[in-house]
Design a protein around this ligand. Structure first.
Ligand SMILES: CC(C)(COP(=O)(O)OP(=O)(O)OC[C@H]1O[C@@H](n2cnc3c(N)ncnc32)[C@H](O)[C@@H]1OP(=O)(O)O)[C@@H](O)C(=O)NCCC(=O)NCCS
Length: 222
């Protein structure tokens, strides 16, 4: 295993480190993507070439979680900087991420946009997404950005799609009457729902919907 870069964060038990993603990890990152988004359309999934491009375009925005004893890359997230017009927030995933190449990364952008987060299935439920959200929010603080936005995938919606419209589903998840495997986790990390994104991407698990979520940097005046 090539030497690990300086950890940005460690898990409370010290088993896992968050580091900036490195080119030698590209294959592992693609495997995490495959395992994390099995029902997402193929053209919306990231490949090793995409990950390598992200590391060239905005290295600080690319995080990986490594199991320190084995050097195995087990989770990752992808971010870029952008400007956000909250009056016109409707958009599609592929537009935002420029076909997954992140060429719309704006070095002057005052918001961080979360393109993806994934944890290998056998490593879920151990606080690794919590660690990645912490690292991403630390980056927002370090860069003095206004906050973090993302198109959340409400992956539990397919089970309720016949019973209720997406607005009601999201409302009930926010009220903690329903638990969504993705949105509920983001709400716990301090993200708030801004609006629904119809036709955000192509994935039957979330009825092709996205939910625009926002975490505001408490260090920036509002
Ligand atoms: C969503 C995902 C990233 C969560 O990762 P994870 O490492 O398992 O999450 P964590 O262990 O950090 O859990 C975070 C919190 O959510 C809770 N949680 C974990 N899995 C949950 C689930 N399925 N439903 C509800 N809550 C859950 C945990 O108890 C924890 O709560 P706490 O902060 O109160 O302790 C992971 O399930 C995944 O990779 N999914 C596939 C990819 C995906 O959908 N990404 C999101 C795209 S927008």
């Amino acid at each position: 295993m090539p030497p690990l870069p300086e950890p940005l964060l460690l898990s409370p038990d010290g088993r896992f480190a968050v580091v900036q993603s490195q080119p030698w990890m590209a294959e592992a990152l693609e495997a995490i993507q495959e395992a994390s988004f099995p029902t997402l359309s193929r053209e919306e999934r990231m490949t090793r070439e995409h990950y390598l491009a992200h590391m060239r375009i905005f290295p600080e925005g690319q995080h990986a979680v490594v199991e320190r004893a084995t050097g195995k890359v087990v989770a990752c997230s992808t971010d870029f900087r952008t400007r956000v017009d909250f009056h016109h927030y409707l958009h599609r995933y592929l537009e935002a991420v420029a076909g997954n190449w992140l060429t719309r990364h704006d070095p002057e952008g005052d918001w961080l946009y979360g393109a993806d987060i994934g944890v290998l299935p056998e490593y879920r439920g151990q606080g690794l997404s919590k660690l990645l959200y912490q690292a991403r929010q630390n980056l927002v603080r370090r860069l003095g950005l206004k906050g973090h936005v993302a198109g959340s995938m409400p992956k539990g919606y397919h089970r309720y799609a016949q019973a209720m419209p997406i607005e009601e589903y999201v409302h009930r998840v926010v009220r903690e009457e329903l638990v969504d495997p993705v949105l509920s986790i983001q709400l716990k990390r301090g993200y708030r729902v801004y609006g629904i994104l119809p036709d955000y991407l192509e994935d039957p698990s979330c009825g092709n919907y996205g939910v625009f979520v926002v975490w505001r940097n408490p260090e920036v005046g509002w």
